[in-house]
Design a protein around this ligand. Structure first.
Ligand code: PMT
Length: 322
């Protein structure tokens, strides 16, 4: 198994103070219960002779609240399309997916929905009941069938987050619950994660007043949790992180650094201007450019195919299990 360069790990005290300062996770008990049921279902399938691979897909951007009773927040760029589409392809490949997503971002099996209004999909009949427009019927039927199948077969669990606090608390719960059940699994970290935050205890409780004049605010660095995930929460999981940059000239060097510093198995490098068309798949073995075939195809399909293949190779190694 790969080693991690400990010198790049965040200070334990920074990680502790991040979690200590975070507001308690809403519905934490419910999330733990759902995770347990989901993992138990997977264990039952595996015992009955069909081992199921598990992947945690994170998707959408985390927010950083500026006030405890939050009116204003800093957001991170991500529609959630990549995570939602990849979830569909992982399920199709037989993986059970824990989909950790930003509330209101793209959802698996719904990525074709019109941006402006889902009402475009429906018509009223003469007796005032509702029906799906004929023009959209085929796509909606397929989506319902695929979605229900994924849920009924215990292959999809959805857990929402909004803030950086919720995101990292949920990621930790997922990782530890996978480790507790002896599932090594995979992490596909497509969410856009905040690098800076306001600690809860130093955050204004009420709406910051404009009358105080220009706002002067100091943000604390969010500890990079990738190395904590690899080192402590899920040491035997197969981990894929994304690297997003706006300057293509520094992208690959940052992706190589993420491999080295955080012990990722794969880093997927993408530049903001071209991320829908092309990504670079970086492993210890080298770099592969993945380009979208055409405007009707999904880059995520090619990406997940390549990952399933790379994961399969990985778990064939001596001492590595599902
Ligand atoms: O959702 P779409 O609109 O389809 O867009 C997809 C995407 C462009 C958002 C996606 O492809 C992508 O690049 N996601 C990662 C964005 C990001 O956070 O990049 P980063 O370079 O800032 O961070 C790199 C990695 O460090 C990420 O995997 C992140 O999980 C991790 N991180 C970041 C900050 C932090 N404090 N701790 C972390 O562990």
């Amino acid at each position: 198994m790969d080693s991690i360069n400990g010198s790049e790990a965040p200070q334990e005290s920074d990680v502790k103070s991040f979690f200590d300062s975070a507001p308690p996770l809403r519905d934490g008990d419910l999330i733990c219960r759902k995770l347990k049921e989901f993992m138990d279902g997977i264990a039952r399938s595996s015992e009955s002779g069909s081992p199921v691979r598990v992947v945690c897909v994170t998707s959408g951007g985390t927010t950083v609240p500026l006030e405890q009773r939050c009116v204003r927040y800093i957001d991170n760029f991500s529609s959630g399309y990549r995570g939602a589409a990849s979830t569909e392809y992982f399920v199709k490949a037989g993986y059970a997916v824990i989909f950790v997503y930003r509330r209101g971002s793209c959802q698996p099996y719904c990525s074709y929905l019109p941006q402006d209004s889902f009402l475009e999909f429906f018509d009223l009949t003469e007796d005032s009941s509702i029906q799906v427009c004929q023009s959209h019927a085929t796509v909606v039927k397929k989506a319902i069938r695929d979605y229900r199948k994924a849920v009924d077969e215990g292959l999809l669990l959805k857990l929402p987050f909004t803030t950086i606090f919720e995101y990292l608390q949920i990621l930790k719960l997922v990782a530890t619950s996978m480790s507790c059940t002896g599932t090594h699994g995979m992490f596909y970290l497509a969410a856009a994660v905040s690098d800076f935050y306001v600690p809860w205890e130093s955050m204004a409780e009420h709406k910051i007043q404009s009358a105080v004049g220009p706002l002067d605010m100091r943000l604390t660095q969010v500890p990079k949790m990738l190395s904590v995930l690899r080192r402590e929460w899920a040491p035997s999981a197969f981990c894929i992180s994304f690297k997003l940059e706006t300057d293509p000239d520094i992208l690959l060097q940052k992706a190589d650094a993420a491999m080295r510093k955080y012990g990722m198995h794969v880093v997927i490098a993408n530049a903001l201007a071209t991320y829908k068309e092309e990504v670079i798949f970086v492993t210890k073995g080298g770099r592969t450019t993945v380009r979208r075939h055409n405007k009707d195809s999904d880059l995520e399909e090619q990406l997940t195919d390549l990952l399933v293949e790379t994961h399969s190779e990985y778990i064939k190694q001596p001492g590595v299990e599902l």
